[in-house]
Structures are given as C-alpha cells and as structure tokens.
Design a binder for this molecule. Structure first.
Ligand code: SF4
Length: 419
C-alpha cells in the first residue's frame, strides 16, 4: 500500500436522501481504497479515480479544516469547544435551548461509494477519527458504512455522538462463505468479524444495519447465502438488511471483475458474459438474458427473508434537530411504499413515480404537514390515493396502506417464486 498525502480542494458532497441512505452530507477523506474489492464500482473510469485505486491511497490531510470551513459556512457553530462555563450554566432551564443550533441539521456520513474510511490506511492517518471529533463537536447526526471492524476503535466517540443526537454504523456484508469473501473482498474484515462488530455496536445502543450489496448472481444470490446473511443479521440484532444486485460498468471495473471470475468461477463465467454482455453504460444487466437465466431479483429474495425474520429493508429514519418531523416521516413512508412496489411487486412505473414525486414534494416543503387541517389535504398536488395515505399518517401516525402492502408483497413473492 502506498500512502500519498495531499491538500485537497474538496471534501464534501451534498445530496438528497433516498431509501438507501438518510444522509445528506458525504465526506470522502481518502481517494482510493485498499480493500480493493473485485466488484468495486469506484474503480470505474466514470469516477475519474487514479488507475492504481486499490494500491495507492491518497489522504486528504486538510480534511478536518475543510469540514470545519464547510460547517461554519453553513451557519453551524461548535458546541463542545465553546468556553467551558457561561452565564447560561447558572440557569439550567435555558441550557437545552442554548445547546443546539437553530439551524436545521442533516445526517452526515463519513465515506461513501468510492472509499471506505475505515480501510487500513485509517490506522495511521486517523482521518475518520478526526472527522468524528468535529461531528461530535458540532453535534451532528452520523452515518457510517464500512467493511472493516476498525470502526470499533472509535466506539467511544460514536457512543457520545449517539447519546447527543444519532449514530448509525452500517456494514456491507455480501458473502457468508469465507472462501468466496476472500476472492471478492480480499482485504476487508471477514464477514463474521463484521457481524460480530454489529453485535458489539448494538449492545452499546448504537444503530446498525447491513447493506447486502452487491448480491452477486449465481454466487451471492443462492438461497444458502441469502438465508445465512439474514439469519446472522437477526442473531446479531441488526436493524435492517438492504439487498441489491450487481452493476458492472464497462471498462476497468468490469474487466477486473470478469478476470477474477474467469480464474475462480470458470463454470459461472459464461453466464456473466450473457448477463452483462450488453455493455450498458450504467452497468445494468440485460433484462432479456436475466429472464432466460431464470434469475430472481435479489431485492425479492431479500424481502422474503427480511419479512419472515422481522428485519426491515431500510433503516428507520432519524429526524435531525430543526427539521419538520412529520414531513420527513411522510417522505420516508412514501419512499418505502415506492420501494416495495418497484422492487418487490414490480408495479407500473407510473404509479411508483407518483409516490417518489410526492415524497420529494413533502421532503422539501416549507409547510409543516403535521399542522394541516382536514380541507387542506385536498390541496396537496398529488394523486387522491397518495393524499389519503398522507392524511392517515398525519392523523393517526401510522399507515394501514403500508401494512397491507408489506403483507401483499410477501404473499406475491411466495406464490410466484417459492410455491
Ligand atoms: S470497500 Fe467499498 S470503496 Fe473500498 S474497494 Fe470495497 S467496494 Fe470499493
């Protein structure tokens, strides 16, 4: 592993929420990732990463300064670094208000799609830890996704963040079989170490779930592998498992994957050629070949096991300080409905779009939906059925539509794929 320090121009990426992550701010203190997973999407030329992505790790040494600069520009101020005592300390009743900024907060994530912040370089560079200190200092909610148990080194700080706002530490786990895991994720912690890390985090009251991405066709999507991962997830008290398939972007990313497959799984290799021979620029598989090969979408398999074990397919949404709780929870509800319709029931795209658009609208509305009164619901610019879902949630804090949909989706899956 070669480590290269440099002063970066940027660290922060801002984005909207999705069913896969409730975070809105992403920090990447590294370029490159020594975990060097064979299926890593980050190696694709589309992300303009250096060629020796898995060997040369570029460390943004000024990442802490860049984060502080960003937070100050956003109007946040540090909480814990403020002077130790002030007049407010003599009036405890006012202290709570003084503690948090009025500025609406967002969940912040360290790491992202193109680097794992707890990769081996972190042992020395300690960039993740420095960023966590700032996140704690500014009292912001935290989200982490990693494949390395090294994250446990920082459990002291993560616990403090969780106590004051929220921390969710998630692991990617794709293969229960250690031989297969070593082929595709050669330098990450073993899957079992990751499960054990979840167990420890959950015992400490920290939120934690699993990203079962990518669920590799013919290797990770076997009933044996999928059921093992869900079963272990349940045993270690994970809160959710989100399962999704593999994309193979043409170029470096796909070439490397196919080479590894040819060497380690020569019998499966031709099926991948068939499945990904379309050279789709986003790496999507060829749907016609998918049907010919009698494959079942990983989302469907995951949904079945998750439903049976009482494991959600998504993390429960945390509402950061200063945000309109009802709006954010409605947006979450509509995205959940959309996910089930699109990925499990395979409903028409049009109907799914209705839910996505409404979710976006509520998420970004400046109007507090929790304060709407009866006649105002008819003014919401969406379909009648979506309006009634929103109204039920506002009035009763639950959705009978979602409950019925979850059950119907499970029954559909069982009748269609498991009978
Ligand atoms: S851990 Fe993530 S970013 Fe790192 S190599 Fe693996 S897939 Fe890529």
């Amino acid at each position: 592993m070669k480590i290269e320090n440099y002063e970066a121009k940027s660290l922060v990426r801002q984005g909207g929420v999705s069913i896969f992550s409730w975070a809105e701010i992403y920090l990447n203190p590294y370029q490159g990732c020594y975990h060097d997973c064979v299926y890593c999407d980050g190696k694709s030329e589309q992300y303009y990463m250096h060629e020796d992505f898995g060997e040369r790790i570029r460390v943004k040494t000024n990442a802490p300064e860049l984060l502080i600069k960003f937070l100050k520009k956003q109007g946040f101020s540090s909480v814990h670094s403020k002077k130790q005592f002030s007049i407010i300390d003599y009036f405890p009743a006012f202290k709570k208000d003084a503690k948090s900024d009025s500025k609406p907060k967002s969940i912040i994530t360290i790491g992202g799609g193109v680097c794992d912040v707890y990769q081996p370089a972190e042992k020395e560079a300690k960039m993740a830890r420095k960023l966590l200190e700032i996140i704690y200092d500014y009292q912001l909610p935290l989200w982490i996704l990693t494949k390395n148990k090294l994250v446990l080194r920082d459990i002291d700080l993560i616990k403090k963040i969780n106590k004051e706002s929220y921390a969710c530490v998630n692991f990617t786990i794709t293969l229960a079989d250690e031989r297969a895991r070593k082929i595709f994720e050669p330098r990450a912690s073993s899957s079992e170490e990751r499960f054990e890390a979840i167990k420890i985090l959950r015992k400490e009251g920290i939120n934690s779930g699993i990203y079962f991405y990518p669920c590799l066709p013919f290797i990770g999507d076997t009933e044996e592998n999928v059921s093992s991962i869900y079963q272990r997830a349940k045993e270690v008290n994970a809160q959710f498992v989100n399962c999704a398939g593999l994309t193979l972007k043409p170029g470096r990313s796909k070439n490397e994957f196919m080479n590894a497959l040819r060497i380690n799984y020569p019998d499966i290799y031709p099926k991948y050629e068939q499945l990904y021979g379309n050279e789709n620029k986003y790496g999507h598989l060829d749907y016609e070949q998918f049907k010919k090969l009698n494959l079942v979408w990983p989302e469907i398999k995951g949904y079945k096991y998750g439903y049976e074990l009482g494991l959600s397919f998504v993390a429960d949404r945390y509402v950061p300080d200063g945000r309109m709780a009802t709006n954010l929870k409605i947006a979450e509800l509509l995205l959940k409905i959309s996910y089930i319709k699109r990925n499990v029931i395979h409903d028409s795209k049009f109907e799914t779009q209705d839910f996505n658009k409404a979710s976006h609208l509520v998420e970004n509305s400046t109007r507090d939906f929790g304060l709407l009164v009866d006649e105002e619901f008819s003014e919401i610019p969406t379909s009648k059925s979506v309006r009634s879902i929103i109204q039920e949630y506002v009035e009763q804090g639950k959705s009978s539509y979602l409950q019925k949909l979850e059950k119907k989706a499970y029954e559909n899956v069982m009748n269609k794929y498991y009978s």
